[in-house]
Design a binder for this molecule. Structure first.
Ligand SMILES: C[S@@+](CC[C@H](N)C(=O)[O-])C[C@H]1O[C@@H](n2cnc3c(N)ncnc32)[C@H](O)[C@@H]1O
Length: 209
């Protein structure tokens, strides 16, 4: 006869799968957001598995991670798959429907429905002590002033030695040398992911030594 802990596990598995989105639901949600605000989405489809693996490659399972521009949660799911605890995730997404879907999918994570450039340690104490950041924002569609505000807030909250990983479809780093210099950061292209629609490069941003 089964003991009650196994029944509990089955119930937990059922409840997790009822929270997750189907492939079709994810595409529908993405297209709806794309049609209502194309510049804020800045992509034709959610990122693919190869890009999700590349951008989360150096994330330590035990760390606290900030994710910016989560969309349908492609990178979030990959971090959970790698063993990051859902309660160690701080998810930032400005779109209301996507934020509410993230709350449903990841009830233990902190979901902040806010524009990433308006983040600050003072108004968002959840940022305190982050070990790493993943960024899915359409950085090429954002101004240099917004890059500056965003990177200042992220690196003020980040522990020493932490990095932010982001991707771009462009051929060069979307953050200008002057913003990097002003924020005391350097950028390094760490991966090219041809098997994504469209192909993308992953960059890592760290404090200057
Ligand atoms: C290209 S989609 C990426 C989604 C997901 N990370 C992926 O790779 O499939 C960009 C996401 O960033 C969100 N976003 C755009 N500008 C934002 C901002 N200023 N602050 C917070 N979220 C933003 C959009 O709503 C969208 O969900």
């Amino acid at each position: 006869m089964h003991s009650s802990p196994s029944y509990k596990t089955i119930a937990q598995v059922k409840s997790a799968s009822s929270r997750s989105m189907s492939w079709l639901q994810e595409r529908k949600q993405f297209v709806k957001a794309l049609l209502s605000n194309p510049a804020a989405i800045g992509a034709v489809a959610p990122s693919g598995a190869a890009l999700a693996a590349a951008i989360t490659e150096s994330i330590e399972p035990r760390g606290k991670v900030l994710e910016l521009g989560c969309g349908t949660g492609v990178f979030t799911r990959e971090m959970l798959r790698k063993g990051v605890a859902p309660s160690s995730l701080v998810l930032v997404e400005q779109d209301s429907e996507m934020s509410s879907s993230l709350r449903t999918q990841f009830p233990e994570a902190a979901v902040l429905q806010v524009s990433a450039q308006d983040l600050s340690r003072e108004s968002h104490p959840e940022l305190h002590g982050i070990d790493a950041a993943i960024c899915g924002l359409p950085l090429r569609n954002m101004s240099g002033a917004h890059h500056h505000k965003l990177l200042t807030a992220v690196f003020e909250a980040m522990r020493p030695g932490g990095s932010m990983h982001f991707f771009t479809y462009g051929v060069r780093c979307p953050i200008s040398p002057s913003v990097l210099e002003d924020c005391g950061l350097f950028a390094r292209r760490v991966r090219f992911v041809p098997l994504n629609l469209p192909p993308a490069s992953v960059y890592s941003l760290s404090r200057q030594p």
